[in-house]
Design a protein around this ligand. Structure first.
Ligand code: AVJ
Length: 321
């Protein structure tokens, strides 16, 4: 149905180009070196992340899909008809179909993504699959201020935030993020959010350092990307990917550890790195169910339901503003 393509409404908030160069210079100049994890996702990084999701050790994606599939009817019953579904970081919109298929007459779908290209492709695919749905694609950085399309279909506004993406934020940042979204969504709105659970390091560490080395390549790609895009001279072969679970706080910390004393250059900048020194590139925070519900309550949500898999690996929460 190519005629369905014209039905998609597009709201472009023109998110500013993220400045990799400035972020890299700042992060590599700090006493504790780091590069923000959002720079992991260039074209190669996104392909590698898709491969991570297929790895035997990386349970979150398939477990969350299993939970959504098993409980979509209960979620749909809690939501009711005529809902406006707002998805944060919709990417390829792979999970939303599980919810849309179960819902009674969903009115509109609002995918929000910073990547215009992914957003439009996914929005058009959803529009073709659900011709009766009003698709309103929003190109924006969902951490920034912008207005949501009005919810005028008579049903609830439901925010869908799967993937445990919230795990990349520190708990105080997650609190600020949820507080902002509770306000933006408004009274009576719902949120369906995927949150990875705390568990044994013997499961968590391989999930972030797999036997095939795909996750290591995903991490190291950030340095290769800097070489490609910025002209740095990282010797990628002299860094090692490391993932450590800190059970006391529920944090998986991911670093690239220098295997030698070396110096990285970017134009006139010099970044000396000692053997054993780490560049911190990602945190993936894990929660207990009650700990996450307490955080959500502090942000202004009421915890309505929670679903998990049998092995208690992952949780999907239904929250209400
Ligand atoms: C996309 C943030 C959910 O933390 O599990 C996977 C990213 N990094 N393997 C996660 C990731 C390395 C992932 N999130």
């Amino acid at each position: 149905r190519p005629d369905a393509l014209g039905l998609v409404r597009f709201h472009d908030h023109e998110p500013p180009q993220d400045d990799f160069r400035a972020a890299l210079i700042a992060g590599m100049s700090a006493p504790a070196k780091s590069i923000p994890c959002r720079f992991l996702y260039d074209a190669s990084g996104s392909l590698l992340f898709d491969r991570i999701c297929e790895l035997p050790e990386y349970y979150p994606t398939r477990t969350e899909i299993g939970i959504l599939g098993a409980h979509a009817a209960e979620m749909a019953a809690a939501i009711g008809p005529n809902a406006q579904i707002v998805e944060l970081g919709s990417g390829s919109s792979a999970k939303i179909g599980l919810l849309l298929d179960a819902l009674d007459a969903p009115r509109s779908y609002v995918p929000i993504d910073i990547s215009r290209e992914h957003l439009l492709g996914a929005a058009q695919a959803i529009q073709q699959r659900y011709p009766a749905l009003q698709v309103e694609a929003v190109c924006a950085d969902f951490a920034q201020e912008f207005d949501l399309p009005a919810n005028d279909g008579g049903g609830p506004r439901v925010c869908f935030y799967p993937g445990s993406t919230i795990g990349n934020l520190t708990p105080p940042d997650a609190l600020a993020f949820l507080t902002q979204w509770a306000q933006r969504l408004g009274q009576g709105a719902l949120m369906i959010i995927g949150v990875d659970l705390r568990k044994d390091a013997a499961i968590l560490e391989p999930a972030y350092d797999d036997a095939q080395g795909v996750t290591a390549r995903f991490s190291l790609n950030m340095l290769a990307r800097a070489n490609r895009e910025l002209g740095t001279d990282f010797d990628v072969s002299r860094f090692r990917h490391r993932a450590v679970y800190h059970a006391d706080t529920g944090r998986v910390g991911i670093d690239l550890v220098s295997q030698a004393d070396q110096t990285v250059h970017l134009d006139h900048h010099r970044f000396p790195i000692a053997e054993g020194e780490a560049i911190h590139i990602e945190d993936s925070w894990k929660y207990h169910i009650d700990g996450f519900q307490a955080l959500a309550a502090e942000a202004g949500f009421t915890a309505r339901r929670v679903w998990t898999d049998d092995a208690q690996l992952f949780s999907v929460h239904l929250l209400e503003v």
